[in-house]
Design a protein around this ligand. Structure first.
Ligand code: 5RP
Length: 219
């Protein structure tokens, strides 16, 4: 199976876990795109979704699912999103698609976080995938220098502006032994909007798609 077929398989399996929920939190990325496509068949039972990006918003609207303002919805029952890496504690490294800030907001506002990913994303230690850090544009060079002091190698994601009008530094060369501590340290640098570590609020459950089927991980 190709990686995309694995993503599709896991996206389909996730439908089992949203039964009874009328409003969903929806992440961003190619795995989530498959999930949204599957929602088209269920749209009669879904009142709406809170979306983490323009890309997901457009896809949801295309299949007729109303996109709702998080402020009007309050706490969500479930947030479904992919990951660039996930470890055995269900901490994740996210933001390859640049939607990390809105993703983290919706994850925080949700009772459960269901991570859907192909099994190549499962790692013992986070950090092989470059860690995205969203920054206020004027702070970019300063934040980059602070990240170098922490041992990271920041690379400016050039010609890329987030949905929030900010820029992204992708931080290479990290072996993240203490994800919660690093998440907080990075977020304390002035100019950082947020970073792609989801350890303070990890996933509650993960579905990992592999050639032998879908594996479910819970804590
Ligand atoms: C976007 C994300 C995605 O969840 C992550 O990049 C995984 O994407 P994909 O499902 O395409 O592999 O964090 O900001």
């Amino acid at each position: 199976m190709t990686q995309d077929e694995l993503k599709k398989q896991v996206a389909k399996a996730a439908l089992e876990y949203i039964k009874g929920y009328a409003i969903l939190g929806i992440g961003t990325g190619s795995t989530v795109n498959h999930f949204i496509d599957f929602l088209a068949d269920l749209k009669g039972s879904i009142d709406g979704a809170v979306s983490s990006s323009r890309m997901s918003t457009e896809r949801l609207q295309k299949i007729g699912i109303p996109v709702l303002d998080l402020n009007a919805v309050g706490q969500l029952d479930i947030y479904i999103d992919g990951a660039d890496e996930i470890n055995p504690d269900l901490y994740m490294l996210k933001g390859g698609g640049g939607a990390l800030t809105r993703e983290k907001i919706i994850a925080g506002a949700s009772r459960q976080f269901l991570c859907i990913a192909d099994e190549t994303k499962y790692v013992d230690v986070l950090g092989s995938f470059p860690l995205p850090v969203e920054v206020i544009p004027m702070s970019r060079s300063y934040v980059a220098r602070e990240i170098v002091k922490l041992g990271g190698q920041p690379v400016w994601r050039e010609n890329y502006i987030t949905d929030n009008g900010n820029e992204i530094l992708d931080v290479h060369n990290l072996t993240i032994m203490q994800p919660k501590a690093l998440e907080q340290t990075l977020n304390n640098i002035p100019g950082v909007v947020t970073n792609g570590l989801f350890a303070m609020r990890g996933a509650n459950m993960a579905l990992l798609g592999g050639p032998d089927g879908v594996r479910k991980l819970t804590l």
